[in-house]
Design a binder for this molecule. Structure first.
Ligand code: NOJ
Length: 763
């Protein structure tokens, strides 16, 4: 059989101890090159390309190298150094076809430098800031020999019980789509082939954030209209931005698991959206088709998955075991295998691996001596991003910013917990390199003030919860209990607080509480910490809550009792510095919530862009027979888009460039924003649209634009938004995107509730 000389064999390759071969004449013609490869591959080699293997999983390293040499592996994940990846790539290049593998990893909000979690990034409402985090992630990951990240995670979540809410960018289709596009572009840079780019594999396709009851891995049952209107746009935005991969979700959709869903993977993804990258299953998802009860055995599961369009099976042996027999019996056509192989090879081609398989691994002599060296971190960028991710929820009597003088009592189980600072999915981040709030305050204060610290409480005193959290996939137990009694710890904290000028209580969740498989039935801060807060409150000292958490919490007590409340999420490697910047006013907070905070768990789902009903609740006029719960008001405790500043902003009335919009035309909506306070600061001006009457029920409002604006104290600026017919489109009952003529209200505000209004007609 003709051998294809397909390796690029750039100058460096021979240094990787692989015999140099001439460059294939077809190398620069992607379709011809890949077709030619496929033509020469055996069935076994083809099936090998469809396997994505977890390193550190069941397969011993020696066996992995043998499988690579045999051409039985298409890609791997979970290694994070060039040193580890190099021998694997070398082994792959010793296979008959010499097809390189790719290396993937969950670089979700940081690789070595950890940035704020998804909800934190989204709280910046600043696409440049978000892009800067994505770019650093790509630079660091590619410098460690990685070619692909399993990100961005763009699942819309309106149910904070779901632990993975933390990873995503919130509840809103428009905001999440904008971020999805931004992240893909940041990861992939100029081209996914660039040595400092990683291929984005957007996940979890699709609708994973809508699992029933917020319980992870549960089913999703959703009307097509809602799907297309609200939940699917972010994935499509990522694909339109060129994402090279899609990770298919673990959930089912309307009775069919995503991993066996031909409508999802073929009709929608490939045909309608034109996706031509690689589709990966999530971990073990093909075997799970048996547990979903749609496949009677492994053979049927593999058949369903390949026919639906899963190109690569992640950490799942069924493709290897079952595809040969399925092809032999004719149940799976060789054409179906070839299609999957073409997509895998296409992704590798786009990563630049055929031109240079060592493009991101480099030469051994250039390997970092210490992969965790400080010099490899991007602390400045991490601090800048984290500062933008912090949301000021309460600030009574201008408690904040704090003075750098007197005595500060720092209390709480999260005040000095480096591992929690990083949040879940912290990739190759090293806990001891993250700056806790205690360290951040010490650095900010120097000798200007006294900082005292007491733990005050354990994260939780519930042994079952501790056991569960420590059972999650971490290297070592990370919820470490202080052995003193709760009473002793509280008493110590209270005694210290009484001697201080102000209390900073750092409370919330451990990072494992907002994670995969960490769904909750409650949104409360754990009881141990509540008891601490109540005791601190009794001291009468000013009480500042610094929250660390990965989901909206029930903050009723905090709102009523704390003097200031600062939502910091899990803010990453430089979190402690960034929070200190905000607490002392070196950074005027400008973050806004990307997700509503409900009043109670019973209100879920709580999201601002809900559909209208026939008997709407009217605030202040509870009345009977309207759509409400009778124990508490409708609406969130803190709305979508909300966040305070140390300065005040005022918005003028809305001005519209025209009372009507012609078909195919546009108009401009503008407001004047004034910083009426005494500090410089930024805020996010948000534009919402409400269609008054349509052929189907429309939401009460929908975000259609936002702008982060920095103004000096006293400064005024005109903020303009363009609106086009495109912005007025929605999904009708026939699932077409249409704009219908009629009256629209434009709402512009600094959150989704307090808005100024204007009106126009679409002709
Ligand atoms: C399972 C998770 O659902 C997914 O998000 C992740 O990318 C894979 N495991 C690989 O770690």
């Amino acid at each position: 059989m003709k051998r294809l000389f397909m390796l690029g064999l750039m100058a460096g390759l021979s240094l990787q101890s692989i015999a140099a071969e001439p460059r294939s004449p077809l190398l620069d013609d992607k379709p011809a090159f890949i077709a030619s490869l496929i033509e020469q591959m055996t069935l076994e080699e083809k099936i090998g390309q469809l396997r994505l293997i977890s390193i550190g999983g069941d397969m011993p390293r020696e066996r992995i190298l043998d499988e690579l040499k045999a051409g039985h592996i298409g890609g791997t994940f979970n290694t994070v150094t060039r040193h580890d990846n190099r021998p694997m790539q070398q082994a792959a290049l010793r296979s008959r076809m010499k097809i390189p593998i790719f290396f993937a990893y969950d670089v979700v909000h940081g690789h070595r430098t950890i940035f704020p979690i998804g909800l934190g990034l989204a709280s910046s409402w600043d696409l440049d800031t978000i892009a800067s985090s994505g770019r650093v992630q790509a630079i660091e990951a590619s410098a460690d020999g990685l070619d692909m990240t399993f990100a961005p995670m763009v699942d819309i979540s309106r149910d904070p019980r779901w632990g993975r809410t933390s990873e995503g960018f919130g509840e809103d289709p428009y905001l999440v789509s904008e971020i999805a596009r931004t992240m893909v572009q940041a990861y992939q840079g100029q081209s996914p082939a660039a040595p400092d780019s990683v291929t984005a594999s957007v996940k979890h396709f699709a609708l994973y954030g809508a699992v029933e009851g917020g319980r992870d891995y549960n089913v999703v049952d959703m009307s097509p209209m809602r799907m297309h209107q609200d939940y699917l746009p972010p994935y499509q935005a990522a694909i339109d931005a060129g994402a090279g991969g899609v990770m298919v979700a673990l959930n089912s959709i309307n009775g069919v698991p995503a991993s066996a869903n031909t409508w999802l993977l073929q009709d929608l993804l490939r045909r309608d959206w034109g996706f031509d990258g690689v589709a990966l299953s999530d971990h073990g998802a093909i075997s799970e088709l048996m547990r979903h009860g749609v496949a009677k055995d492994g053979r049927e599961a593999a058949k369903l998955a390949i026919k639906a369009g899963i190109d690569m099976s992640m950490a799942d042996s069924l493709y290897r075991e079952e595809l040969p027999g399925l092809v032999a019996s004719g149940e799976v056509g060789i054409g179906e295998i070839d299609t999957a192989v073409r997509e895998v090879l296409g992704a590798k081609y786009d990563m630049g691996l055929f031109h240079d398989p060592f493009r991101r691994i480099g030469l051994a002599k250039d390997d970092p001596v210490d992969v965790n060296a400080e010099s490899r971190l991007h602390r400045e960028a991490a601090r800048a991003v984290a500062r933008e991710s912090i949301v000021l929820l309460e600030n009574k009597g201008q408690t904040l910013p704090l003075q750098k003088r007197g005595t500060i009592a720092l209390v709480g189980p999260l005040a000095d917990s480096p591992v929690d600072m990083m949040g879940s999915w912290s990739a190759a981040g090293v806990a001891k390199q993250s700056v806790t709030l205690r360290q951040g305050l010490l650095d900010a204060l120097g000798d200007k003030a006294v900082l005292r610290h007491a733990r005050g409480a354990n994260i939780t005193d519930d042994p079952h919860m501790v056991e569960y959290l420590n059972f999650l996939n971490w290297d070592k137990p990370e919820v470490v209990q202080d052995s003193r009694s709760p009473e002793t710890m509280v008493a110590e904290a209270v005694a210290m607080a009484k001697q201080a000028d102000v209390i900073v209580a750092t409370v919330g969740e451990s990072r494992g509480m907002s994670h995969e498989a960490s769904s909750r039935t409650s949104l409360q801060i754990p009881k141990s910490q509540q008891a601490l807060l109540k005791a601190l409150k009794k001291t009468g000292k000013p009480l500042v809550l610094v929250l660390m958490n990965g989901r909206p919490l029930d903050l009723n007590w905090a709102k009523a009792n704390a003097d200031a409340v600062v939502e910091t999420w899990f803010s990453g490697t430089e979190g402690g510095h960034a929070i200190a910047d905000v607490l002392f006013g070196d950074q005027n907070p400008a973050g806004k919530l990307p997700i509503s905070f409900p009043r109670s768990v019973g209100q879920i789902p709580t999201y601002y862009n809900h559909l209208r009903v026939g008997r709407p609740y009217v605030e202040g006029k509870p009345g009977n027979y309207t759509s409400q719960y009778f124990e508490e008001p409708n609406g969130p405790l803190y709305p979508f888009g909300y966040g305070l500043s140390y300065t005040d902003f005022e918005l003028s009335e809305v001005r519209l460039s025209s009372p009507s919009m012609p078909r195919g035309g546009g108009l401009e909506a503008s407001v004047t924003l004034k910083n009426t306070g005494s500090r410089d600061g930024a805020t996010v001006v948000q534009l919402y649209v409400r269609g008054e009457v349509a052929s189907v029920i429309r939401p009460v409002k929908e975000l259609k634009g936002f702008r982060k604006v920095f103004l000096k104290a006293g400064e005024t600026r005109e903020v303009r938004f363009k609106l086009e017919e495109q912005d007025l489109k929605f999904v009708n009952a026939q699932l077409e995107r249409v704009a219908e003529p009629g009256v629209f209200e434009v709402q512009i505000g600094l959150d989704s509730e307090q808005v100024k209004r204007g009106q126009f007609t679409l002709l």
